[in-house]
Design a protein around this ligand. Structure first.
Ligand code: B12
Length: 212
């Protein structure tokens, strides 16, 4: 692996926002692709953060700074993930469900979808079911993307789908779900489509929007 990606991943795990930004900028200047910066640098660093958090070697305040560093890195590569001047291939509304504050993954998925030509409207984290339904009615997206990272919040996805059915809008929309505790089985059970990561999410969205 190139030294620059090693530095990037280490800086992320060390919670150094400035060093992450500098190494991402350097990698761009050195001609590395946004895809490589993401897959070989930033996501490797985030995996390390996840492992340290899981093992109790890193705590919430540090993970928050690492998350800031990740988002700063993503912001720098965002323009390079986009294909400019393309007509939107579909509109996607994205939200992290009620009680859940995780947004790195859902933002990354949103960026990749934008790069694939979708119009993405992300309404943020900890979004109550009623607010999601209101927004669906307002902007009428082709796809609704829901994210949950906690076993305690993933159940809200079913509430959203039940509410879509009650409001009579479920048949006009496809629902895509993602997040660490989810699975194809759970998604199918609640009437949604699952993808494990941002790359798969793009393929799935294209399929759901009947563009692939
Ligand atoms: C960063 C992080 C945090 C940060 C979040 C900062 C932020 N702005 O997002 C902070 C510090 C706030 C946090 C808090 C907490 N966290 Co946390 N967190 C993480 C951590 C380490 C990394 C998550 C991450 O960003 N990964 C990187 C991104 C790129 O990956 P991703 O999120 O999985 O997203 C990808 C896919 O899931 C998918 N995807 C995601 N969303 C969507 C949506 C759609 C539509 C699609 C198609 C795909 C998709 O595509 C993404 C890109 O490839 C995970 C560990 C882990 N293994 O996931 C724990 C983890 C999720 N957290 C956990 C816990 C327990 C908590 C806290 C309860 C801790 C506490 N004691 O307070 C709180 C809860 C706060 C809350 N109410 O939400 C647990 C959850 C356990 C569980 N099964 O419920 C985990 C798994 C850690 C662990 N092993 O214990 N956390």
């Amino acid at each position: 692996m190139s030294q620059i990606f090693k530095t990037m991943a280490e800086s992320l795990a060390n919670c150094s926002v400035e060093n992450v930004k500098n190494s991402v900028r350097k990698a761009i200047d050195d001609g590395f692709s946004a895809k490589d910066i993401l897959n070989k640098g930033l996501l490797v660093g985030m995996d390390e953060v996840s492992a340290l958090f899981k093992d109790g070697e890193m705590f919430v305040p540090e993970v928050l700074v690492a998350a800031k560093a990740m988002q700063a890195g993503l912001e720098i590569i965002k323009p390079f993930l986009r294909s400019d001047g393309v007509q939107p291939v579909g509109r996607i509304l994205m939200a992290t469900v009620k009680g859940d504050l995780h947004d790195i993954g859902v933002k990354l998925v949103g960026m990749m979808l934008e790069g694939a030509g979708f119009e993405v409207v992300n309404i943020g984290v900890d979004i109550p079911t009623t607010a999601i339904i209101e927004k669906v009615k307002e902007i009428r997206p082709d796809i609704l993307g829901l994210s949950a990272m906690l076993t305690t919040t993933m159940t809200s996805m079913k509430d959203v789908i039940d509410a879509l059915k009650e409001e009579g809008v479920f048949d006009n929309i496809k629902v895509m779900v993602g997040g660490a505790p989810l699975s194809t089985m759970y998604a199918e059970k609640i009437g949604a489509h699952y993808s494990a990561d941002a790359n798969e999410a793009v393929l799935l969205a294209k399929r759901l929007a009947k563009r692939a």
